[in-house]
Write a protein that binds this ligand. Structure first.
Ligand code: IPE
Ligand code: IPE
Ligand code: MG
Length: 261
């Protein structure tokens, strides 16, 4: 085995899923279909989806989930009809404006991941201010992915990593997975333990392609506006029943866990 393979061993702090997940990542999907079911416009679905976001944050804070990552707007979502994109931008701006103080009061640090340069200067200003306001909070980390794409994240990290190697005279074949991982957008959070996608689709849609390598995946048919604390609990319960093997056998995992209980 090469040193690079050893270094790529994934984060294992939650090998025993009897404990709560430390990091949960969610693709919040189904706002549009929820609205259509109610005979309302897609915009109404996005508005209702904001309430579900608040509930998921409250649930995570209450249940000791230290890192929550929410996919709010993908780099591919720009291709939606302009009025829908505008509404999503307005909702994003309003959430940054009105929720930063509440996050701070609850000890939650906000971290936006994605290419923010495509947003209006107003949104960029609100984003910087909300991040600054919560920068010292250390009870929970809330990562919100906006104009984010997993492939964008990997190529950006690769560019930085190879530029660093060049500057430090390190041959490219000595660059490791760990060197690249520390330049990813979520370098400060452990890899997600649990991934949840609502809305019934069973795909990753260009979300956290690198970090999901050993994450437990959970797909729910529930549309995002209906995803409440009970649904979150159900996902965590399923997670707790999983055996995380990281390439080992079930027997090996069980014999190691004996020492932790
Ligand atoms: C997720 O809900 C929200 C965003 C992608 C911004 P959708 O808007 O994708 O809802 P569906 O999938 O059309 O129901
Ligand atoms: C993924 O949902 C992106 C977000 C939830 C922000 P989409 O609704 O955009 O995904 P696809 O297009 O169905 O794959
Ligand atoms: Mg969708």
């Amino acid at each position: 085995m090469t040193s690079s393979e050893i270094k790529s061993t994934p984060h294992r702090s939650n090998q025993n899923p009897d404990s709560a997940p430390e990091h949960v990542a969610i693709i919040m999907d189904g706002n549009g279909r929820w609205a259509l079911e109610q005979g309302r416009t897609r915009v109404a679905g996005h508005k209702k989806g904001v309430d579900a976001v608040k509930e998921a944050i409250r649930y995570s804070r209450k249940n000791g989930i230290a890192h929550l990552t929410l996919f709010a707007f993908s780099s591919e979502n720009w291709s939606r009809p302009e009025p829908e994109v505008s509404t999503l931008m307005e909702l994003f701006a309003s959430a940054l404006d009105t929720q930063a103080e509440k996050l701070k009061d609850n000890g939650i640090r906000l971290n936006l991941i994605g290419n923010l340069s495509r947003f209006s200067t107003r949104i960029q200003r609100l984003a910087a201010s909300a991040e600054a306001m919560t920068a010292k909070c250390d009870e929970m980390m809330l990562n919100v992915a906006v104009n984010y794409g997993g492939q964008w994240d990997v190529i950006e990290a690769a560019r930085k990593t190879f530029a660093e190697a060049l500057a430090e005279d390190i041959p490219f074949d000595q660059v490791t997975e760990r060197d690249l991982a520390k330049n990813l957008a979520l370098a400060h959070s452990p890899d997600p333990d649990l991934f949840i996608r609502t809305g019934g689709e069973c795909r990753i849609s260009n979300f956290m392609l690198w970090q999901l390598a050993y994450t437990e995946l959970y797909f729910s048919d529930v549309l995002w506006p209906n995803f409440n604390s009970d649904e979150f609990d159900a996902a965590v319960e399923v997670y707790r029943g999983r055996e995380r093997r990281y390439g080992q056998t079930g027997q090996q995992v069980k014999s190691q866990l004996k020492y932790y209980v």
